[in-house]
Write a protein that binds this ligand. Structure first.
Ligand code: HAM
Length: 455
């Protein structure tokens, strides 16, 4: 990325009808529009509730970090560092990166703020955007949001299992059925032995490799297991399995985790090809992969939703990362959900997402005197915690009621000149159109009573 910018004709994508130049978002970037927020709110509120239930504290780090932080942690040869970082030299000459992920920044913050001296485990959660210069496609964007959880200071299988259970339950709350894919990269000795076995298995076939896999073979052979190349996937069918190379200790650790998952009926799959794209992982790795499922529309029509290889979230252990960042040896594990991928599933499944922001009551008025009184009524309703809407700028009651319908309120309060003289107000039930006249002074208590019976 260049450090300076110019307005070239290239970033002007559209001509309006009048021939004026208009702009579009950058490729792979999206505007979050008003209709998207109820989905984000729904995902966020479950994320926050789970964080509270499982004892996590919220943290946020800056958008920008030193590039070295990611080179040192995600891996010099990883796709994220070699191809996907938005990096630039700032005005002070420092090599800066827009965060491509959050585990490294949060681990940096954990050390920087003396958290190693706090009672452990230290459990942190976050809702933050990240940027990766990837090839955009459905579910893959250049700017996206991570909802994530990190635990420092525990190295026991129940912590790994608890994290997978928590993730699974959150996806269940969002209505997305998944299978947890689990693997262990083992300890250093297991990994070295496995890499050796995989190298001797693949070496005779090297000529048949696609360019990208040849690079992976040279730089980080485990990443070949992740190859999307069909030929390579076929070749790998007979490849040695990671689980056969795990030390007794690593194997027992993994089996203990799946024992906990079995006990709670969490659907999982031992996936010996799961390696993940970041170099900091040690031992347990996991991903949440959506299952295929059938959904029924409100009209009773059934539709197949395919499962997917694209994970909606993933994570794993990174027991060496804190030490690599200059701290003392601290075991750690974490996971992040791709919020936009969860949104895609919510929308595809047309799940009913509760809209907690939706107004309950509309305040309408006819005439200037009524408008004045309605302004006060609006504030009074708000002060009682009722969600209100209005369109004070319009005179006509028709356009006001159209707005009331659009916002989906159950009741409209309408104050006309006659009602004002009689000191009354109309309550209109927007569902059946029935209107009733009540004392103006009792409007708020009457509305509160009615809202209680319909909620
Ligand atoms: P990650 O697998 O790279 O892991 O990202 C986590 C999730 O973010 C993915 O499962 C996916 O749902 C979503 N995601 C990744 N890239 C994109 C993209 N370009 N567009 C939309 N969604 C995307 C990590 O980043 C680790 N920091 C997770 C972790 C936390 N490991 C330990 N603690």
């Amino acid at each position: 990325m260049r450090g300076n910018y110019t307005t070239t004709p290239l970033n002007i994508k559209h001509m309006s009808k009048k021939g004026k130049k208009t702009f579009q978002t950058l490729r792979g970037m999206r505007d979050i529009m008003p209709e998207d927020w109820k989905f984000y709110d729904f995902v966020f509120s479950e994320g926050k509730r789970s964080a509270n239930d499982y004892g996590y504290q919220r943290i946020e780090t800056p958008m920008l970090e030193y590039a070295d932080l990611f080179k040192r942690t995600a891996g010099h040869e990883s796709d994220i560092v070699t191809k996907e970082m938005y990096d630039f030299e700032d005005k002070g000459g420092d090599h800066i990166v827009v965060r491509p992920e959050l585990t490294a920044p949060i681990s940096r913050a954990y050390i920087e703020h003396g958290m190693p001296n706090q009672p452990h485990p230290v459990k942190l959660w976050y809702w933050m955007s990240a940027m990766r210069y990837e090839r955009p496609q459905a579910g893959r964007y250049r700017q996206f949001t991570h909802l994530g959880y990190e635990v420092y200071g525990d190295a026991v299988p129940v912590t790994d299992a608890e994290m997978m259970i928590m993730g699974y339950r959150m996806l269940e709350a969002w209505g997305i059925p998944v299978t947890v894919h689990v693997n262990s990269l083992g300890d250093k000795e297991s990994r070295t032995a496995y890499k050796r076995a995989l190298t001797s298995f693949l070496k005779p076939k090297l000529k048949e490799f696609a360019e990208e896999d040849r690079e992976r073979y040279k730089k980080n052979i485990l990443r070949i297991l992740d190859s999307k190349d069909k030929e390579m996937q076929k070749m790998l069918e007979d490849a040695p399995q990671m689980i056969d190379y795990l030390s007794d200790e690593s194997r027992e650790y993994l089996l203990k985790i799946v024992d906990y998952l079995d006990d709670l009926n969490i659907p999982y799959e031992l996936d010996s090809k799961l390696v993940r794209g970041l170099d900091y992982y040690t031992g347990t790795v996991f991903e949440f992969i959506p299952n295929a499922c059938e959904i029924e529309s409100p009209e009773g029509k059934k539709r197949e939703i395919p499962g997917g290889r694209l994970s909606v979230g993933g994570g794993g252990r990174y027991d060496d990362l804190i030490q690599e960042l200059g701290g003392k040896q601290t075991p750690a594990i974490g996971m992040s959900f791709g919020v936009e991928r969860i949104l895609l599933h919510l929308k595809e499944r047309r799940l009913q997402v509760p809209d907690s922001e939706k107004p309950q009551v509309f305040v309408g008025q006819i005439g200037e005197d009524a408008r004045k009184r309605s302004l006060a009524l609006f504030e009074e309703l708000r002060s009682k915690g009722i969600r209100v809407s209005s369109l004070f700028s319009k005179e006509g009651i028709k356009s006001q009621l159209d707005m009331a319908n659009k916002t989906g309120v159950r009741y409209a309060l309408i104050l006309g000149q006659k009602e004002l003289l009689d000191n009354t107000i109309l309550i209109r039930d927007m569902e059946n159109g029935i209107q009733e006249t009540v004392d103006l002074g009792k409007a708020v208590s009457e509305i509160m009573k009615r809202l209680k019976t319909v909620s």
